[in-house]
Design a protein around this ligand. Structure first.
Ligand SMILES: Cc1cc2nc3c(=O)[nH]c(=O)nc-3n(C[C@H](O)[C@H](O)[C@H](O)COP(=O)(O)O)c2cc1C
Length: 174
């Protein structure tokens, strides 16, 4: 069984790129939170904005992985109006009791990220072992971003003092 799970929501793909890179480097399983409805276009944007501002919990599909089976769950969200995206809020509301160790990350345009990481930790019910912020422009080349490398190193350091998490690659696969 894999011991690390990366869980994330992504409306337009930026958070998904980062989640996939983290999962590849950590040999982790990955779960992209899915919904039944669409968030495309202006209506989808406005709905997302309203849900974020109001702190709502929209319905999400049942996931394929059980977070309680993992030693470490890495949770990622886009920043929506200085808030956690509402599908991630729903997922954490549903699963926070079964989380063990957590790490958190977000992607954003450039504002509200510190509050969102704080909110993620609060919703997880645990302080995060590592935190990462990437702007949407940086997501495509995230492996070159020092903060991304630091995030992986921090997870690796934690792993070295609390086995048995699997090894984390220092270099991207060729
Ligand atoms: C409804 C909504 C609200 C947003 N609010 C913020 C914000 O407060 N601060 C910010 O820096 N970016 C904000 N953004 C930009 C997203 O955080 C950013 O584009 C993110 O990388 C999108 O991730 P995704 O492609 O995985 O959905 C917002 C985007 C949406 C759709």
């Amino acid at each position: 069984m894999n011991r690390i799970l990366v869980v994330h929501y992504s409306r337009t793909g930026h958070t998904d790129v980062v989640a996939r890179r983290i999962a590849a480097r950590c040999h982790a399983d990955i779960e992209r939170i899915e919904e039944r409805g669409s968030r495309e276009g202006v209506i989808g944007y406005l709905r997302s904005a309203a849900e974020a501002i109001l702190g709502l919990h929209p319905p999400i599909k049942r996931g394929r992985h059980r977070p309680g089976d993992y030693d470490l769950v890495i949770v990622g969200t886009p920043v929506w109006f200085w808030s956690v995206s509402s599908p991630v809020r729903t997922w954490l509301h549903r699963h926070h009791r079964s989380l063990n160790k957590v790490a958190v990350f977000c992607t954003c345009g450039g504002s509200g990220h510190a509050k969102v990481l704080d909110d993620l930790e609060r919703l997880c019910g645990h302080p995060a072992l590592a935190r990462l912020v990437l702007t949407e422009q940086a997501t495509g080349q995230c492996q070159q971003v020092p903060a991304f490398q630091r995030f992986l190193l921090e997870l690796k350091r934690v792993r070295s003092v609390s086995d048995p998490l699997p090894p984390i690659q220092e270099q991207a696969p060729a």
